[in-house]
Design a protein around this ligand. Sequence first.
Ligand code: PMP
Length: 424
Amino acid sequence: MAALVKPESNFDPNVNIDISLSPLVNSVKPSKTIAIIDQAAALALAGVPVIRLSTGESDFDTPAVVAEAGINAIREGYTRYTPNAGSTELRKAICHKLKEENGIGYTPDQIVVCNGAKESLVQAVLAVCSPGDEVIIPSPFYVSYPEMARLADATPVILPTQITNNFLLDPKLLESKITERSRLLIVCSPSNPTGSVYPKELLQEIAQTVAKHPRLLVLSDESYEHIIYAPATHTSFASLPGMWDRTLTVNGFSKAFAMTGWRLGYLAGPKHFVTACGKLHSQFTSGASSIAQKAGVSALGLGYAGGKIVSTMVKAFRERRDFLVKSFREINGVKLFEPQGAFYLFVDLSSYYGREAEGYGKIDNSEELCQYILDKAQVALVPGSAFGDDSCIRISYAESLPTLQAAVERIKKVLIHLNTAALV
Ligand code: PMP
């Protein structure tokens, strides 16, 4: 339906513009994480000493040798379009990595290099889902999955998991929710926001369920693969018996190699599906940045699982995780599970809901609690509702230990206040 309004410019006040938008856009929700991130950024700009534990990116710099490879690419004039699916050099390096580290064999024509893992994910969803199909998403989920399903005119089917079960999907629940419309199951391990890592045995059980349903494919988001804490280990879904033909594997450079701004990710899978993703990629964006691709080759050359450089970063993440887990376990009314990967702690603070802070009002949900913590403690966290679980909040520990120590002190203070005020 037309929605006629005066044009923004007001050059000609007699002209009306139809500002209606596509139903697809209207079906997509704006990211809830953005609101609090924007607020925190505005406060920081105004000079307020906000501690931002809301973003999903590493505080480390891109390894110097990798950055240097990008700089050299510019110096050497490697600044033109690459093939749509990515340079052969990078795709070969990706195939080598997937074989050596993940035990999955691909040829370069089964890889599409994208502008970040996010683009790979949306290409995969758009390529395989038909209108009315169901996309099965365990919750808590990465914010974009349900919206990607909606963009494909498919229906997100959210399967809740429990903190007491380490936020892992119960294969029986999965089995009970599969219908003839089920097209895609999205598995994210290590998980954003929970830090859960799926053990191999559980993935095998899930694979056995998937195998019973010929229409069902799996989108395996392995973006945090390298940020994992022993004894947890990573298993690629496509490496499980019978799963190679049904799995689209997505990975990227953002998390492991601290390369969020380079915008580089990739998708690997059977040629039939990957070619379809490549077709979409060619019409949406075409080949990823040539400079980033050179840096990507260098990153994959750092050694097995990113070598010493990546393991040093992971060691730091682990220390921070240990600190946060210990600190939050000491706070009254907090439920948590120790994350095994990624750099987030997803804590249940729902025991604070229904309580009142003096001069502030009642806190009823994760959004209000995050707002309270931002206003009173000047620490930015993300409400669990953004990830489909309102009882929790997400704390990113991609910040230095002293910053995390300061944040914990501040959070503790305002939670205690909320505690005592509740008794009023
Ligand atoms: N998957 C997950 C689970 C993520 O957390 C993110 C980024 N926060 C992405 C994919 C996208 O990463 P990028 O596009 O930067 O590679």
